[in-house]
Design a protein around this ligand. Structure first.
Ligand SMILES: CC(C)(COP(=O)(O)OP(=O)(O)OC[C@H]1O[C@@H](n2cnc3c(N)ncnc32)[C@H](O)[C@@H]1OP(=O)(O)O)[C@@H](O)C(=O)NCCC(=O)NCCS
Length: 140
């Protein structure tokens, strides 16, 4: 498949970003909110197939030793083609000296395990919507 990878936020349809996150059952907001989040991130990766946005991910980071990955999502019709893996690996390649952490959506842990991520024993989170996050199975 002829894929194009983009490492900046130029000409992104932010409403589509919101739509893809929604389809992936991830937290989603208005396009404007995602624009701000991606533009304020250290590293962004967008994947296009024939000029159509089909997936993305981002990392917030100091650029040197710590990074957190968020919003990794691929359009459902493109799942299982190695695109999610490509997104995460490309984020890592952009800031290769960093440690990476993330919290997986429940059920998606195995995807990250295949990319060599390990479960963290002492992860702690403080969330705005604590109850919702607990109900989703992310916190105890
Ligand atoms: C999770 C997601 C990004 C994976 O993207 P994808 O392009 O389908 O995954 P890939 O094809 O790159 O898969 C890479 C490997 O992980 C495996 N994998 C993918 N999804 C998996 C899952 N849910 N459970 C277990 N393994 C999974 C694949 O079988 C593949 O294994 P292989 O290398 O041995 O062939 C995609 O399913 C998605 O967008 N889901 C909705 C949003 C979401 O949940 N994002 C993650 C939030 S933490």
């Amino acid at each position: 498949m002829d894929l194009k990878i983009q490492y900046n936020c130029n000409n992104i349809n932010w409403d589509l970003v919101s739509e893809i996150l929604k389809k992936g059952e991830m937290a989603y907001f208005s396009g404007e909110v995602h624009k701000k989040a991606f533009e304020n991130s250290h590293t962004v990766v967008f994947v296009f197939h024939e000029d159509k946005l089909i997936g993305f991910g981002r990392a917030i980071s100091d650029g040197v030793y710590q990074a957190v990955i968020y919003d990794v999502a691929v359009l459902p019709e493109y799942h299982g083609k190695g695109i999610g893996k490509e997104i995460v690996n490309n984020i890592i390649k952009c800031i290769p000296t960093c440690n990476f952490i993330l919290y997986a959506s429940p059920g998606k842990e195995a995807f990250y395990e295949k990319l060599n991520f390990k479960k963290m024993k002492t992860a702690m989170g403080l969330f705005i919507n604590a109850e919702k996050v607990r109900d989703k199975g992310i916190t105890e």
